[in-house]
Design a protein around this ligand. Structure first.
Ligand SMILES: Cc1cc2nc3c(=O)[nH]c(=O)nc-3n(C[C@H](O)[C@H](O)[C@H](O)COP(=O)(O)OP(=O)(O)OC[C@H]3O[C@@H](n4cnc5c(N)ncnc54)[C@H](O)[C@@H]3O)c2cc1C
Length: 340
């Protein structure tokens, strides 16, 4: 049987992988994205529960890049993205109410295999014109003329064959800090003493940055039918707290960060926190080992090896932001496309 050979395989369906694939399909290339996760988006990630929804990775972004700005403008029109007035950063963009619909629109035209953990990529060093063989856990290998790695640098480093010394060196330069993220969901009857005289509370997200909490956002949603308000809270712990606890089971400190969040709400008198029900409906944690890039790879380092048809991309090359990841993915794709 003849084996199918893609023009491009992109590993990772985060923003940089989506951007790379988007550029490639615009150039009529046949592209497959492989991602080990259940859903696309990478660190721009949403978790759903029947009553709550949480963006537990990236929270908001800004845009300057022309192409990315146009995409965001479209998403504003379809209401997948909303403008948010950030107290320090001014106008930023957020998921409306979460990022998943935005990601779904971006990935709609792309061929993506989720739950596909790439374990190995292979091509003989002395036969650069051969195709890549890409091994995936539990499913048959796939083959491609070109390959783009878009995962965090540390993970890309492990996959790169040892003969691609310069690319390996590039991946060894990036430094990350971790983030422990807590997701809490609480159901509050609309008759609760939290609300009378304070119904405006339901309209605006509650932001909090204090103590071990570097960022927190709490959003209300409402069911008049059930006479209930649902509070979805995302808490990101500081880099110091996260580094200290990253090797521990997240369950150990979910509760303590939740209690800390409530204590700040109480001290700042944001609402009557004692009126929250004692039993919390949802409490989960997530450990982002490679959350925020604190040092990007040197601009002069190799990002593409044209001879072997392979490139790397990700926020660790351009900067720790959604838009930088987008730019990086596009750059990687362009670097492997035939030049006019
Ligand atoms: C807690 C947190 C808060 C943040 N806040 C903001 C913010 O407010 N604003 C902002 O602009 N940015 C923020 N960021 C940073 C932003 O999320 C990233 O810059 C951006 O999402 C990186 O995209 P990426 O495509 O480069 O990488 P990723 O999103 O990490 O994508 C890499 C993908 O590769 C996949 N993968 C990895 N290894 C393999 C493998 N072996 N096989 C198959 N697939 C694999 C992963 O599953 C993942 O989907 C935040 C990040 C975190 C974690």
């Amino acid at each position: 049987m003849l084996k199918h050979i893609y023009d491009f395989v992109v590993i990772g369906s985060g923003i940089s992988g989506i951007s790379a694939a988007n550029t490639l399909i615009k150039n009529k290339k046949q592209v497959l994205i492989l991602d080990k996760a259940r859903n696309s988006g990478g660190r721009l990630s949403t978790r759903f529960h029947p009553k709550f929804s949480f963006d537990h990775g990236a929270q908001f972004f800004t845009t300057k890049d022309k192409e990315f700005s146009q995409i965001v403008q479209k998403a504003l029109q379809t209401k997948d993205i909303a403008i948010f007035d950030h107290p320090e950063k001014g106008t930023v963009y957020m998921g409306n109410p979460v990022f998943r619909p935005f990601i779904s629109k971006l990935t709609g035209p792309l061929e993506i295999m989720q739950n596909a953990l790439v374990t190995h990529i292979q091509k003989p060093e002395d036969r650069p014109d051969e195709h890549w063989s890409i091994s995936i856990a539990d499913v048959p290998a796939v083959f491609s003329k070109n390959i783009i790695l878009t995962m965090p640098a540390t993970q890309a480093n492990v996959l790169l064959p040892s003969y691609l010394k310069k690319l390996k060196h590039t991946t060894s330069q990036a430094i990350y800090e971790p983030c422990i993220s807590i997701l809490a969901g609480v159901e509050v009857p609309l008759s609760s003493s939290i609300f009378p005289g304070n119904t405006k509370l339901l309209d605006k997200p509650i932001l909090l940055q204090k103590g071990n909490i570097s960022w927190s956002i709490a959003k209300w949603s409402c069911s008049n039918e059930n006479n209930t308000a649902y509070l979805s809270v995302v808490i990101h712990s500081t880099p110091e707290f996260s580094s200290k606890h990253i090797e521990q089971d997240v369950i150990n400190f979910s509760n303590c960060l939740w209690e800390e969040w409530k204590s700040h709400i109480k001290t700042d008198d944001i609402f009557k926190v004692s009126a929250l029900p004692k039993n919390i409906s949802y409490l989960k944690g997530h450990k982002w080992r490679y959350a925020r890039v604190t040092k990007t790879a040197d601009q002069k380092c190799e990002r593409t090896n044209q001879k072997h048809s392979i490139a790397v991309a990700g926020d660790w090359l351009e900067g720790p932001r959604i838009e930088s990841a987008w730019i990086s993915g596009r750059n990687a794709a362009i670097s492997l496309l035939p030049q006019d």
